[in-house]
Ligand binder design. Sequence first.
Ligand code: XMP
Length: 516
Amino acid sequence: MPEQNQQKILILDFGAQYSQLIARRVRECHVYSEVKPFSVSLEEIQSFAPAGIIFSGGPGSVYEAGSPHPAEGIYDLGIPILGICYGCQLLAQRFGGEVVPAISGTAREYGKAVTWFDNRCRLFTDLPGESVTWMSHGDLISILPKGFASAAYSAVCPTACIYDELRRLYGVQFHPEVTHTLHGREILQNFLFRVCHCSQGWTMADFRQKTVQSLREKIGDGKVLLALSGGVDSSVAAALLSEAIGSSLICIFVDHGLLRKDEGDEIEAFFSRQKLTFHRVDASRHFLTCLARINDPERKRKIIGEEFIRTFEQEARKIGKVDFLAQGTIYPDVIESGAGSSAVIKSHHNVGGLPDHVAFREILEPLRLLFKDEVRELGLALGLPENLVNRQPFPGPGLAIRVIGEVTQRKLKMLREADAIFREEMEKSGDSRTSGQYFAALTNMRSVGVMGDGRTYEYAVVLRSVKTDDFMTAEWSRLPYDLLERASSRIVNEVEGVNRVLYDITSKPPATVEYE
Ligand code: XMP
């Protein structure tokens, strides 16, 4: 956990899609940051004691009744503030400027805009006078607030930055946190280091050392139970706890038989070598029996979730009393479950929710302050293999929601083989590096084909690859034809029962990434 005196940045979330991204960008500069809802009290802000505050953007307009505003006293704390988009307009309105709707279509800006910077403003120190920024706003500042000057403009936005160097208040109309803003990183760095005078104290090595120490103090000689799913988060949590308490950690890996090719064995091979107690429970037959004749996607998910908890509880009961239950919760889960106030909140039920019948004193969530990329960095530092740490997202219900319709042993086998081939070809060609997620699914469509001299009537596999930042929206990947051809030809030749390969060219929305 960050030390009390470590310099921190507070990000107030006014409902932006980008609040988490701002926090990540700040941490990439080795400065610790947290996202809190805009309505957080003044007392909480004071006790957090940030070196600087960033107001996020948001979907509202500052002049609308009921639009979100921060605690009033925030401006009297003497803490530097950077307002982004809506946050910039809040500063303008609060200090006597005027924010109005951009009435003519041309004064609204969505997308890249050539922007001119005044380098006398500290935010733009050492930057070129002209660059490209990412704009996304329907309102604009028509009258400057008192004591502020303007330090940037674009062809349609006369005030793309307002600032008052004396009170250390800065607002930018564009989004420095998105990569389309060419010098966004430098602008954030100027705020962190030239305005807030932050030091670069946030490193994974430091986090690891302090967290291990605080886990040891807290757990003492108690016992900790962890449900290890084999996903990145629970694996890194296991490795961290193992470093802290060794064999007092008991990991239960419920193998529901719905993992990808060789995955269960890889997990076992790694964790059974570690200094911890590892139980692999092969429940694959049981899960298949429960899923027999079930076609409805939601019922499949529900059955898997319930059976997972039940199996875990059964195993846990054999162990007896444990003191702590550990979970691989990470920071986006914390924010999405209500710590921020973003308009769209993703909710996915993962298998591995909290069991009801396991007696324990407390829950441990050692990764709850880390973003995914930080979790990966920590995993590598803890010696986890790269293929485990860089594993792409994989849904809790596993391959059951990639076999469309009823799940059977035979269908799972076909899918596992086809998926392994596709993933191997993606990795070989290097396209895996630009894809956010890629996998195969097995449709429940059979169609006629011809192989050798004979007619076939077999299943069709569908390949999916998407580009995405946040998985809330995703664009289908324009994969090279020769890669698709290689994958297709290998799948129909090597996977028995498949005679056709399709490629999904639907984005999200209107489709979802998964099929069920
Ligand atoms: P969708 O299909 O909703 O998927 O577009 C978005 C992302 O979430 C993953 N996903 C899940 N993850 N439990 C999970 O842990 C689930 O039930 C689940 N369903 C979808 C999906 O793989 C994609 O990364």
